[in-house]
Write a new protein. Structure first.
Length: 134
């Protein structure tokens, strides 16, 4: 299979308490213990206060590239993403997908995801029919 679903992501915002006020740290998407951030076309971390909300909204219609954070988001350390997963992690309809190759276009990834969803749906329909008889 050229693509697999890793699961649903959750948007997260952290805050650091400095002196008198809380300062928000850039948001990220979380799946288990791993954190992901939306990427720009140049494979840079998207820099906007609401980047995760925008990415989740965009990813309802078309896949959006994301990167796995390798450093903890903080005010002191510039966040970095795992270079071995560049162009292999995609956000689509609130779920994170990973491709086996890094040379797929956005449209090809969308088609692979839709194919995976359709195949899973068919498999569950087949299981339902098989176990409904028993």
């Amino acid at each position: 299979m050229a693509i697999r679903c890793l699961g649903s992501v959750t948007p997260t915002v952290s805050r650091v308490h400095l002196g008198v006020k809380d300062i928000p740290i850039p948001a990220y998407l979380q799946l288990g213990t791993k954190r992901y951030v939306p990427l720009t076309e140049g494979n840079e971390i998207a820099q906007s206060p609401n980047m995760c909300e925008v990415a989740l909204e965009d990813a309802k219609e078309k896949p959006r590239r994301v990167g796995e954070l390798t450093t903890s988001p903080s005010l002191l350390v510039k966040p970095a993403v795992n270079p071995s997963l560049t162009n292999r992690l995609w956000l689509y309809d609130g779920k994170l997908y990973q491709t086996l190759r890094n040379d797929y276009t956005q449209q090809q990834v969308r088609l692979l995801i839709l194919n995976l969803i359709e195949r899973e749906k068919g498999k569950f329909q087949q299981l339902e029919r098989r176990f409904k008889r028993k």
